[in-house]
Ligand binder design. Sequence first.
Ligand code: NOJ
Ligand code: CA
Length: 691
Amino acid sequence: MLSPAGKCSFSFALDAEGAPTYRLFYGKKEVVQTSRMAVMLKDLPAFEKGFSIVKVDSMSYDGTWKPVWGEVASIRNHYKELAVTLQQASVNGRKWVIRFRLYDDGLGFRYEFPAQQGFKHFIVSQEKTEFDLVGDHKTFWIPGDYDTNEYAYNTSALSAVNGLAGGVANEIHARSPIGTNFVQTPLMMKTADGLYLNIHEAALVNYPAMNLEIDKTTFKLTSTLVPDAVGNMAYLQAPFNTPWRTVLVSDKAADILASKTILNLNEPSKITDPSWIKPTKYVGIWWEMHVGTSTWDYAGTQDGTGLENAASLKPSGKHGATTARVKTYIDFAAKHGFDGVLVEGWNTGWEDWFGQWKEDVFDFITPYPDFNVTELSAYAKSKNVHIIMHHETSGSVTNYERWMDQAYDFMNKNGYTAVKTGYVGRIIPRGEHHDGQWMVNHFNRVAAKTAQRRIMLDAHEPVRPTGLHRTYPNWLACEAARGNEFNAWSVGNPPEHETILPFTRLMGGPMDYTPGIFQIKLNHFTPSKTEQVHTTLAKQLALYVTMYSPLQMAADLPEIYEQHLDAFQFIKDVAVDWDDTQYLEAEPGDYLSIARKAKGSSDWFLGAITDENGRKAILPLTFLDKNQTYVATVYADAADAHWQLNPQAYKITSTLVTRENVMNIYLAAGGGAAVRFKVATAEEKRTLKKY
Ligand code: NOJ
Ligand code: CA
């Protein structure tokens, strides 16, 4: 079968053992060699071989839909479909359907277990979907792991992957690496002849996440699922459809970033009236805890007797989320046009939450004595700002499930319209993993429940996203990777990190990366602190454009922004919702330049970033609207800037440009540039210089 414009093709066949197989081509190049597809069951014969083909249905589809928010105003869903119905004569004629959707940028397929006589409840013990690659591709990988995706990326040939490396010290709280040959998806690869490949999944619902095992001599990847506490993978009932397995391919890296295939494979929005969902820029009582100038807890270290209760706590004097401090953030947000103020550490429990498998730590409704809920709700409302709720579960998800309804009632009552959830630590029920079926169901239940309550959602430490924000557009963002916070208290994120994330983690959906750190060296806050952010200040600005999210934090402290109001202006101006996006240049691990057109406006924004190597970005402005002159305000690294040696040196210049111009912007080592293009006024046309 050929894709709509003929760029990709694939074929399906049963092999000599009656096992289903597929092959995928990009043009004439084979991308996936004959690969088997199988699902193993506990105590029942596998869906693996001995099949015959009952029927083959094909169709094509071409439609367009409008996301509630996004990188573009409308999305074309254009594919050819093949649904193969198979039958296993030796298992009472049991039926199975494999559905393929072929796009011009890749293939998606899923397994369907139809309702049928004698086959209802079943337990998946493993899935063996193969991706038999044609070579030892260069790959951008993090270790396969059942609990965390907060690793730094490695770049190596498939044969050189070491899935047990990369977990540095204890900086990731709950790790369950699978083994030497295992990696996570989205897995980004580049072939020797210049093809870019990306393997992931779409619409992860009621099923565990997929990791991949690498055969280092044949370069065949095989799926492996995340088990539950007793070693099973999924408890299912027919009819059931698995998530889609996706293979994206192009000879241009930018096409991988532009792909909408994962979103298209997800179900349409379940929210009929999305008018309350608002892309949001926010500040918050957050970074100050990560850099250590204040604390989540109210009372500091307790005496260890475990007898403390909220009433008997004595203030340590370092608590961040005080009524007074929250008010200064609300004032700052109102003054500078931010919609939200995240407040962490507002509720009791933080004195003794960190560790493993602690039960009943938080209740999500009891504030500390110095956080006045009613007063702050009224104050925020008077300033037209929303406080963003924080629900750290400490991994005790049974506890959160018990409190969820009350917690969301509390939010509705007090005017909170968004919640940030968190899952630090091992999961309770004990033995479950962050990426297993039980937790996948929990994360999706939170999305559905918050949607019913008109609450927007930002999940930290969740399973990696798979495009479910199409179905639940109230689910604005997830963390699900190594965020900027790692720069505050670990070896940090190397300068190439942000050039890889869009090709990996962000393939599944927006990331709450929390950019905008201006105070790069953290000894500013505590002299003994040796950590630093591994970028220049200008690159932190560029991230608002390169790291797509409808939820963006200005993560640094108000006091720091007050010292750099000229650079802060970009964060105030930058949009969080877009009508159009153009990927100007991209190479995973090296650099990235993206231009986006603000929703309902002629303004454009551009972000360009580089890794540890400085470079000159050459940027034709052909994306700009025709017959318009723009003021281009460039926030760039100074000539002597360097992420390590001189990270805060930037310069801001404004000139007149049109779509005929080509901009040359110098990006320092570990640096970047941000540009705002605003339609010029008559006055500006007279007074400003041309580029
Ligand atoms: C980890 C989250 O990523 C971070 O944003 C949060 O501040 C802490 N957990 C505490 O909940
Ligand atoms: Ca985290």
